[in-house]
Design a protein around this ligand. Sequence first.
Ligand code: PMP
Length: 353
Amino acid sequence: MSRFFSEKHKSLVPYVPGEQPKDTQYIKLNTNESPYPPSPKAIEEAEKAAKRLMLYSDPECTPLHEALAKLLGAEKDEVLATNGSDEILNFAFMAFCDENHPAAFPDITYGFYPVFAEINHIPYTEIPLRDDFTINVDDYVGIGKNIFIANPNAPTGIALPLSDIERIVASNPDNVVVIDEAYVDFGTESAVGLTKKYDNLLVTQTFSKSRSMAGARLGFGVGCKELIRDLNTIKYSTNPYNVNSMTMASGVGCLNDEDYTKANCQSIIKAREYAVTELKKLGFEMTDSKANFIFARHGRLSGEDIYTLLRKKGILVRHFTKDKISEYNRITIGTMEQMETLVKTLAEILEEN
Ligand code: PMP
């Protein structure tokens, strides 16, 4: 820390992203990326946009907002594209939370929520999940706080039905409820339709997972015009060109190739089901994940040992040290071939240890 670092940030503990190794060739199952390349249409549009990089990107993201609105059955001014969904989540903390409007989210969830709360000096409550890692919806009904829920949740993969989401949104009419749908395309019902009915609901999604564009950094939010206008106030007060032109163009290309995205999601769901069945046979316990990852533990080996032994054998998974989940590993679903290697490697590890 330099002697110049502001006092107000001295206690900040930054978010730690999953490893992006540069040395050995790992089977990379640690950051929930897609194993499939971006749509050829996305790549083609990015290439075309590269030739216009001397110009600033369109701050209104017009073609992208139009394409998103069409996909979501929304109006253009009910969507906002951002630099990854991380950015719109941060915007939501900045726009809607303060000392009098604290935040609430589960104690086990996306690790960036407390960091966004801290950097913006927002008081927050971490509401414990049940022992089986499910969310107790009653804990959120009428709590009068701004609520952030990942659905499905991370790193558990457990999803809430839409009726529960609606109960939370309807019972907190004077607070904003943010539903983070980063993993929604792998088998969860989206709450986007509810944004027509509730002016306090913001739904966020990303191109990083189902759309194979994590490196492009593209996310978006959907909500009523007024919520989106507030988020735009934050955007235009921080970085009006938050979505670069290559990303914007490739996003439009990707949205013009929905069949490609849907087919990849189906392959990932199939590979997830295969992995769950096979890991159960090896004695692993897992949550009922509806995401592109599974969350698994084994009674005989610790979470950390499994992480280390897999790593030695060339497979990277994500291990969290937080007490309640330290026996688990979050394992991204890759191709069927990668899942077969994972199962084979775990079987070897169990035999050798
Ligand atoms: N929400 C959740 C639950 C996530 O796991 C992630 C990915 N780390 C994000 C949001 C942010 O993803 P991105 O910024 O790549 O859209």
